[in-house]
Ligand binder design. Structure first.
Ligand SMILES: Nc1ncnc2c1ncn2[C@@H]1O[C@H](COP(=O)(O)OP(=O)(O)OP(=O)(O)O)[C@@H](O)[C@H]1O
Length: 313
């Protein structure tokens, strides 16, 4: 069954005078990977906490599988599982013991717990570490155990709050593979992340949150397309020439690389830029076309905001 499994309408939350969520709207399609992307303090964890019924919004409506998080928290909790900062992994127990204990707490019978534990240990590559206490685990192993625990009872939606923060690049890649596998099993994944690359790699849809509002939304490709198909990059051998060129073109400049990035890579724009430079006796040493990255999207959104224009302008 397709359709939206999460719906958020005009969600607001403040702590005193501090507005954390300022009218949040988005929808998540069943079976998809959704990434809420934002910098530290943007409001990602607050959103997850509201959806997971840990705290209440001041106003607005959030539903999961049709259940209202405010009015039907028990039903919502039966649909979801939460990992990350909320995990209750016991350091002194082994990985296997943690799974068995949480299985029993979730009212699974003894045989079902045993079977599920052994399946999960295999799926999450923890068989060799099963009998070791969690305090000996690496960061990546802990995260894997945490997610395994959250899958003891099959949830419809799994919340992964910054699942790779603090992991080394190899563990991060392993975690990405694992998240993709989970998604192939049909579970809806709600991911929060500060990493553009992570959202780009994993998410079917990305919502960019900034100051408690969704400022852009779409697939990674749509977000990239939004700021133009191709960017132009001009480089200069001489520092003084580079500085003069960046003043003239008023574009994003990287002094270390003596390069200037231009959002609009159309032939007409290129001709105009070269004419401007030529009038001042300047020629770039190289001209490259480059497909935009999510980094470009982020820079574009924030620079438009600084100039006080609507993001959609
Ligand atoms: N219980 C609270 N009391 C007061 N302020 C809070 C509380 N919880 C969160 N905040 C504030 O709300 C803002 C958003 O926090 P939130 O944790 O949702 O951000 P985040 O996007 O998840 O960032 P991070 O990546 O740092 O976790 C922050 O400025 C934070 O200090």
């Amino acid at each position: 069954m397709k359709g939206d499994i999460i719906s958020v309408q005009n969600l607001k939350k403040s702590y005193g005078k501090h507005i954390v969520l300022d009218g949040l709207n988005f929808k998540v399609e069943r079976g998809s990977i959704f990434a809420l992307l934002g910098e530290n303090g943007a409001g990602k964890t607050t959103t997850v906490r509201i959806l997971a019924t840990l705290i209440q919004a001041d106003s607005g409506i959030a539903t999961i599988a049709g259940y209202n998080t405010h009015r039907e928290p028990e039903s919502v909790r039966q649909q979801i599982s939460l990992t990350g900062q909320y995990a209750s992994v016991d350091e002194l127990l082994t990985g296997e013991e943690n799974l068995m204990m949480m299985g029993r707490l979730n009212h699974l019978n003894r045989d079902a717990v045993k079977k599920r534990t052994s399946e999960l240990l295999k799926q999450f590559e923890l068989v060799n570490a099963a009998k070791k206490s969690v305090k000996t685990y690496s960061g990546g192993m802990r995260r894997r155990l945490d997610i395994a625990i959250s899958l003891l009872v099959s949830p419809q939606v799994i919340f992964l709050d910054e699942p790779t923060t603090g992991l080394d690049p190899r563990s991060r890649r392993n975690m990405w593979n694992l998240i993709q596998q989970l998604s192939e099993d049909g579970v809806t994944i709600f991911l929060t992340t500060q990493y553009l690359e992570e959202a780009d790699q994993l998410a079917d849809k990305i919502a960019v949150i900034d100051n408690g509002k969704i400022v852009e939304e779409g697939t990674a490709e749509e977000l990239k397309r939004m700021i133009g198909d191709e960017k132009l990059e001009l480089t200069f051998d001489d520092l003084e020439v580079f500085q003069l060129a960046s003043k003239l073109l008023q574009a994003q400049a990287n002094e270390k690389e003596r390069s200037i990035s231009i959002q609009n890579g159309s032939p007409e724009n290129l001709r105009n830029l070269l004419n401007t430079l030529h009038e001042h006796g300047i020629e770039p040493s190289s001209i490259n076309f480059r497909k935009p990255t999510l980094d470009d999207v982020f820079i574009d959104i924030t620079s438009r905001k600084r100039r006080g224009r609507s993001v959609h302008a």
